[in-house]
Ligand binder design. Structure first.
Ligand SMILES: Cc1cc2nc3c(=O)[nH]c(=O)nc-3n(C[C@H](O)[C@H](O)[C@H](O)COP(=O)(O)OP(=O)(O)OC[C@H]3O[C@@H](n4cnc5c(N)ncnc54)[C@H](O)[C@@H]3O)c2cc1C
Length: 387
């Protein structure tokens, strides 16, 4: 085994906690700093879809590898993360959307994904009887699914602890210290922590940690509203999205429907949100329910238990940064997952470990380099939600 490294991970979402497992298992000295609590931000706000369908070709190999890990995650982490492999439907509501779905299926079949085209309402309802008769067609990926995001992220954190990682909740990273072009540690609200590797997996707060190092991660921050219903009997096996990706949903293992809808730009600073400021208003809740009930009628009649808002770290091309920039030795960045990083978490963690330890990464990371943004003129991608 290689020498043991002192590694600080900033961020207790699924990316940081999965990295902590990968590194602690290899007997490195891991300290994870989470300024709030495990899964306090995107990894707790999320819908929790675990999907390969609808992925950018550069992300598809990571998503396929992640889905293979999700299948054994309960056993690996010694905890029930409520992973369900019920498939993913992407629904067409209009003839134009049918053609979009047909194109996606052709493209992704060509990339080797088992994605089926369901050509009519009957075929969709045979997979999911709860879907509306107004849905004209769909794609269906049987190996997609969903999981409980808070349980999964906590399970990673707890497993890392069992392997000796020091997981510190309520401790903020204030700055990354360097000497020459090499990291030497992290200034934190608990004092200075020396490290020869620093992994930044701080979601929307990542750019603020990188800027003092002269690194620019351009993110736009989007608000997404989430609605969780009272529990229902088993009603919906697959997660679902729609052709134009403006809403998505699933039925949780415990029976609650959980569905999402994009709201627009977060106008404030990345560190200036409050739960109240993100929460949907009554009329916004009504609009989300109406949109989802168009494709899942039971959503329109099921009482709502809880609503919240979440923020998404959207990069200009809607792909993450998973990189160890040449400019600063020992620094690893894993952020900007752009609304689809929950599924990838188990693999993102392994990739962080590969980069931190200087191993050849197990997947091609060319599409995820930080320096690609230097070429971007248009710094805006559209946010898409797929379930
Ligand atoms: C509403 C919604 C729906 C989504 N739906 C899906 C989906 O269906 N499928 C999917 O795959 N993905 C989905 N996503 C995206 C997915 O949830 C995220 O990409 C993923 O959770 C990102 O995880 P992360 O660990 O990189 O970041 P986060 O979970 O945001 O974790 C970052 C952590 O860093 C901490 N932190 C920040 N700054 C500091 C600091 N200075 N010091 C210490 N700690 C710090 C934060 O408190 C936070 O806990 C969705 C996201 C949202 C918001």
């Amino acid at each position: 085994m290689s020498a043991s490294h002192r590694i600080v991970i900033i961020g207790g979402g699924i990316t940081g906690t999965a990295a902590a497992v990968a590194l602690a298992r290899d007997k490195h000295q891991v300290t994870l700093l989470e300024k709030q609590r495990i899964a306090a931000m995107a990894s707790g706000w999320t819908l929790g879809g675990v999907r390969q369908s609808g992925r950018h070709p550069a992300e598809l190999p990571l998503a396929r590898a992640a889905v293979a890990i999700w299948a054994g995650l309960d056993e690996m982490l010694g905890a029930d993360v409520e992973y369900r492999r019920g498939g993913n439907l992407r629904l067409a509501r209009t003839p134009a959307e049918v053609e979009i779905i047909r194109g996606i299926v052709a493209d992704q079949q060509a990339q080797g994904l088992d994605l089926q085209f369901l050509p009519d309402t009957g075929a969709v309802q045979r997979i999911a009887p709860a879907i509306s008769r107004n849905v004209l067609a769909a794609s269906f990926c049987p190996t997609d699914g969903h999981a409980n995001p808070v349980l999964a992220t906590q399970a990673f954190a707890n497993h890392a602890r069992r392997h000796g990682a020091d997981i510190r909740e309520g401790v903020a990273a204030l700055g990354i210290r360097t000497e020459g072009n090499r990291v030497t540690g992290v200034e934190s609200s608990d004092g200075f922590i020396a490290a020869d590797r620093v992994i930044v997996a701080a979601g929307i707060n990542t750019p603020a940690l990188l800027a003092p190092l002269g690194l620019d991660l351009p993110l736009s921050i989007k608000i997404v509203h989430v609605i969780q219903s009272e529990p229902l009997p088993p009603t919906l096996g697959p997660a679902f999205g729609v052709a134009n990706a403006n809403c998505a949903g699933r039925q949780e293992a415990g029976g609650r429907l959980r569905y999402t809808n994009a709201r627009g730009d977060w106008p404030g600073r990345a560190d200036a949100w409050t739960e109240a400021a993100l929460a949907p208003t009554t009329s916004e809740v009504r609009a989300v329910v109406e949109r989802v009930a168009e494709v899942l009628p039971i959503a329109g009649t099921t009482p709502i238990a809880r609503t919240w808002g979440g923020l998404i770290d959207l990069t200009p091309d809607a792909l993450p940064v998973i990189d160890a920039p040449d400019a600063i030795a020992g620094l690893v960045i894993a952020a900007g997952f752009s609304g689809h990083g929950f599924c990838l978490g188990p693999v993102s963690g392994l990739l962080c470990a590969d980069l931190a330890l200087g191993r050849a990464p197990r997947h091609d990371l060319a599409a995820f380099r930080l320096d690609r943004f230097a070429r971007f003129v248009d710094r805006h991608a559209e946010l898409t939600l797929h379930g």
